[in-house]
Design a binder for this molecule. Structure first.
Ligand code: SAH
Length: 342
């Protein structure tokens, strides 16, 4: 049965019209779901009885089940939700000066197999539905009784390997009658699935795009990220040029600093040559060591040298601060450790 939370407003109104209801009913339903936070159609009192009965017959509105949550000393909260078929997913709430940001999971497991990432330790079992993506936000908002202001699709999974559901999710949460989260407050992070970067460039809706680069050349990038064999750096850069021409939106490159792997001054030079002229900026991410792998985090001296070098060469760069380290909720740390226990 289809979950009501997984429909964009256009899909919902088409469905209603096909079934002899009115287009404006879709707006009414959205207001109940996303503004009044009522999920049971039978309680949607301004709809006629026929429509209420129809909705409750046709759709499920079951929310995610909260399995556990962990609260970090810095206020970060890691949620573990149980899906209807029993799989567990993680969602992380982060508190920033500018608002509340939610890091959502897009797939159960991940097939990208990046050599440093804990999420890739489990192959993908399935994609999340748009409803499961939306419900991560609703469930966290209900838990904290506050509104999420920013979304990053940077949890487990590769969003561009689940393109249609992720884009429906964006349309639902962005819509003014939905959760009304601005497109510039939504960021999708991809390891560089080139055909979908082109597709994304043609979407009328434009969330921010971040690309996980992590290396300035193909030889090293292929060692770190096996997807680079299929979509090498020059193809990604080419696609991003087209994306920029069409959208004029600035691109973020994520670059994890791995000790003595990708953090030398020479590599900073190579990186700046690669991305010069792209109107991109580089987000340097401290690596969170994963016990199964031998990579180490770059020390702060090397990190500042790398940062300074990029700055000196005219690249816009930021060094990300980590949150939630004490609960394994820091970026790239998500994994379903608790699976057997729940
Ligand atoms: N598949 C997408 C989104 C999920 S990963 C992507 O590749 O972008 C989100 C970010 O966390 C990526 O940049 C990823 O490379 C990074 N990451 C993975 N493991 C990490 C770790 N242990 N420490 C820091 N960042 C990590």
């Amino acid at each position: 049965m289809l979950n009501l939370y997984g429909l964009t407003i256009d899909q919902l109104s088409d469905y209603l019209v096909k079934n002899q209801f009115k287009k404006f009913n879709a707006t009414q339903v959205y207001e109940w779901l996303y503004q009044k936070k009522i999920s049971d159609p039978l309680q949607m009192s301004n709809l006629n009885k026929e429509l209420r009965d129809f909705l409750s017959r046709e759709f499920s509105v079951t929310l995610l089940e909260l399995a556990t949550k962990q609260i970090s000393s810095d206020g970060t909260i890691k949620y573990l939700f149980k899906l209807e078929d029993g799989y567990l997913i993680e969602t992380v709430l982060m508190r920033h000066e500018y608002g509340l940001s939610l890091c959502v999971t897009s797939q159960v497991g991940c097939n990208m197999g990046c050599s440093f990432c804990a999420s890739g330790l489990k192959y993908k079992t399935r994609d999340l539905t748009a409803a499961e993506l939306v419900m991560q936000i609703l469930c966290v908002e209900a838990d904290i009784d506050q509104k999420i202001t920013h979304i990053v699709v940077m949890g487990i999974g590769e969003p561009f390997d689940n393109y249609n559901n992720v884009m429906d999710f964006v349309r639902i949460v962005n819509h003014s009658k939905g959760l009304a989260i601005g497109q510039r407050h939504i960021t999708i992070s991809t390891c560089g699935i080139v055909p979908n970067i082109y597709k994304f460039a043609d979407e009328p809706i434009r969330p921010n795009l971040a690309v996980s680069l992590h290396a300035p050349n193909d030889e090293l990038r292929t060692k770190l990220m096996k997807i680079n064999k299929r979509y090498p750096i020059k193809d990604i850069i080419e696609a991003l040029k087209v994306y920029f021409e069409k959208t004029s939106r600035r691109i973020t490159f994520e670059y994890i600093l791995l000790h003595e792997v990708n953090d030398s001054v020479e590599q900073a030079d190579e990186l700046s040559d690669l991305i010069r002229g792209l109107n991109a900026y580089v987000n340097l991410i401290p690596y969170n060591p994963v016990s199964e792998f031998s990579y180490q985090s770059t020390d702060s001296n090397r990190a500042s040298r790398f940062y300074d070098r990029l700055m000196k060469r005219g690249i816009n760069v930021t060094l990300r601060r980590e949150q939630g380290k004490d609960i394994d909720a820091a970026c790239g740390q998500l994994r379903m450790k608790h699976e057997e226990k729940v």
